[in-house]
Design a binder for this molecule. Structure first.
Ligand SMILES: Cc1cc2nc3c(=O)[nH]c(=O)nc-3n(C[C@H](O)[C@H](O)[C@H](O)COP(=O)(O)O)c2cc1C
Length: 189
């Protein structure tokens, strides 16, 4: 393992001007000295169909799973849709989750954050996202929930700028790095 953990960022929104993606970018900027970042594009994934979970996997699926396997840890920033996990994110996690007990998500540390223009910051989606990760035998990082309320007021020219949130998220990143250092996420080296 190199000194810097390799992190894979996953935004739960496909929207071009997504607040979640902006928050993820700000987290990546804030931790650029401590981690190597890669980013997944879950918009490229087809809808999950178990008939297609055979060799060869759809190329976008194979690429996404390889990104996960190469990462020491994952950072998800997502909106909340109708009080739950966005379908595109669930779809991506479903593609990554098989076979059970031997998927690229197995034991992978995952830091979860949610964002919303509402005061509630997408907090109601957190449990569903974590529950999906637990089902996939990933290792969601235990930390105070990182919830970004009123996110639209914290975006300037498409960039998320809120030092209070970044400082709070650092606690979660410290827990993520600690979990990675204990070896939970290293599957490919
Ligand atoms: C289908 C749909 C459902 C939504 N449901 C919620 C919700 O339950 N709670 C909430 O806070 N915002 C909800 N919103 C508003 C989103 O938080 C808002 O559109 C946000 O900008 C989406 O995240 P993004 O900026 O990362 O794309 C919903 C939006 C859509 C399109």
């Amino acid at each position: 393992m190199t000194d810097s953990p390799r992190l894979l960022g996953i935004s739960g929104s496909l929207r071009a001007a997504s607040y979640s993606t902006a928050v993820l970018a700000a987290f990546a900027d804030a931790t650029a000295a401590e981690a190597e970042w890669d980013h997944a594009d879950i918009g490229l994934l087809p809808l999950f169909n178990q008939d297609h979970f055979v060799d060869p996997l759809p190329s976008a699926v194979a690429e996404f799973r390889a990104q996960i396997a190469a990462a020491d840890g994952i950072v998800i920033v997502s909106p909340e849709y109708n009080h739950g996990i966005p379908g595109v994110l669930k779809n991506a996690l479903d593609w990554a989750s098989r076979p059970h007990n031997a998927s690229p998500l197995l034991g992978k540390p995952v830091l979860v954050a949610t964002a919303s223009p509402a005061f509630t910051g997408g907090v109601r989606a957190q449990h569903q996202i974590r529950e999906t990760l637990v089902s996939a035998l990933a290792s969601p990082v235990i930390t105070p929930e990182i919830v970004v309320g009123l996110v639209a007021t914290k975006i300037t020219d498409g960039r998320f700028e809120d030092e209070t949130t970044i400082a709070f998220a650092r606690v979660g990143f410290a827990a993520l790095f600690d979990q990675v250092a204990k070896g939970a996420g290293s599957t490919s080296r």
